[in-house]
Design a protein around this ligand. Structure first.
Ligand SMILES: Nc1ncnc2c1ncn2[C@@H]1O[C@H](COP(=O)(O)OP(=O)(O)OP(=O)(O)O)[C@@H](O)[C@H]1O
Length: 371
């Protein structure tokens, strides 16, 4: 657990970076600090490992006041990941990762073995081990940065905009991989981001800071979307918070699916027409995995790959309702394709079936609020 109690940071020039921050980051959970530029997120984070000293108030780590801890010991207990990874340019990938394990007393061979293992865990193959940071893409460097922070097996991790220096596709990939990793390792993490979507996706709890370095609200992502504390939080969470809420309102599993007729590639037009419910029929491969929609209004003799409409997104059973709705909205037939974990068709969802889940949820929330 990391606890801030009434922490203030006033810089030498009088600027107040953080003002009266009280916050608890629970053990094994990921707490995200989010807020507009200059609201004090980085200052708050850097006070934890004493790169910045608080002007007043206290911070405790695992029950111990950090002010009383030896600063070297303190920093060794805390993994630190920063934007652009901050790798040592003259050390190879594996040497970079091994550094933190070495600092914590591991022998050279043990540290290198740990480093190689971590490299795999963050999704990089052994081929990368002997490269230098400049020979890696931004996303790969970020992965190495995460592996390096994990190499000393710290109880706590501080992450400052760890995924912001990469393009949106790589960023999503890194976030997904990191979420999976955190499920396994369960570290106590505080992460800083200015991106509300990232905060809502990764955080077990999200602390929203406002300019002047005060805490506006701390809540779970779901609570933040459903009950923003004030107009500042509501604005910061965004205009499309209703849509974002679908990320937390249930999964595809709760949606009633209809059986969807299918055709295989190579099927003659008569068969496709016979199977179809209307203008569109879904083509699947030999394993029952959806390939795309066939438009019966266009002339053809046999179902071919190059005539399929690929606009519909496909969602898997465990995906959030937001993904199901996207599958419905993007499908030319208006029926969203839902598969099992192996990608085989289970059935299709409609706007009505998604809406029914939301209505049920609303009724439940209302009943809970009354009781
Ligand atoms: N050394 C310093 N001296 C004076 N003011 C500082 C110093 N470091 C930061 N500040 C100010 O403190 C406030 C908080 O800065 P901080 O870097 O913590 O914000 P942030 O929320 O992390 O911003 P960003 O999202 O832009 O990185 C800002 O107004 C900043 O200008």
């Amino acid at each position: 657990m990391i606890v801030f109690e009434n922490v203030v940071k006033r810089f030498a020039d009088g600027t107040v970076g953080v003002n009266g921050l009280s916050l608890t980051a629970p053990t094994g959970k990921l707490t995200v600090l989010v807020g507009p530029s200059g609201c004090g997120k980085t200052t708050a984070l850097r006070m934890i490992n004493r790169l910045i000293l608080p002007s007043s108030g206290s911070i405790s780590i695992g029950g111990e006041p950090s002010a009383r801890m030896d600063v070297v010991t303190l920093r060794r207990r805390i993994g630190y990941v920063i934007q652009n990874a901050g790798l040592f340019p003259h050390r190879t990938v594996v040497e970079n990762i091994a550094t933190t394990a070495r600092l914590n007393g591991a022998t050279k061979s043990k540290a290198l073995a740990t480093a190689r293992e971590l490299l795999e865990r963050v999704g990089l193959t052994g081929d990368f081990a002997d490269r230098y940071p400049w020979q890696l893409s931004g996303g790969q460097q970020q992965r190495v940065g995460v592996a390096r922070a994990l190499a000393s097996d710290p109880q706590f991790m501080l992450m400052d905009e760890p995924f912001s220096a990469v393009d949106p596709v790589v960023r999503t990939q890194l976030q997904d991989e990191f979420l999976r990793l955190q499920q396994e390792i369960g570290k106590t993490i505080i992460m800083v981001t200015h991106d509300i979507d990232e905060a809502l996706k990764l955080g077990d709890q999200v602390a929203v800071l406002r300019n002047g370095g005060t805490l506006a609200q701390v809540a779970t992502p779901r609570q933040l979307l459903a009950q923003p504390a004030d107009n500042f939080v509501a604005d910061f969470v965004g205009r499309d918070r209703g849509y974002r809420f679908l990320g937390f309102a249930g999964t595809a599993e709760g949606v009633r699916l209809a059986a969807e007729p299918t055709v295989r590639l190579g099927a003659p037009v008569e068969e496709a027409r016979g199977a179809a419910l209307g203008r569109w029929v879904l083509a699947v491969d030999d394993h029952g995995r959806p390939l795309g929609w066939v438009d019966l209004d266009r002339p053809f003799k046999q179902v071919r790959h190059d005539q399929l409409n690929l606009s519909g997104t496909v969602t898997a059973q465990g995906d959030p309702l937001r993904a199901v709705l996207d599958a419905v909205l993007s499908s030319p037939s208006g029926r969203g394709v839902v598969t099992d974990a192996d990608g085989r068709l289970l059935g299709t969802a409609t706007l009505a079936s998604v809406s029914a889940v939301l209505e049920d949820g609303r009724a439940r929330d209302w009943a809970e609020a009354q009781s």
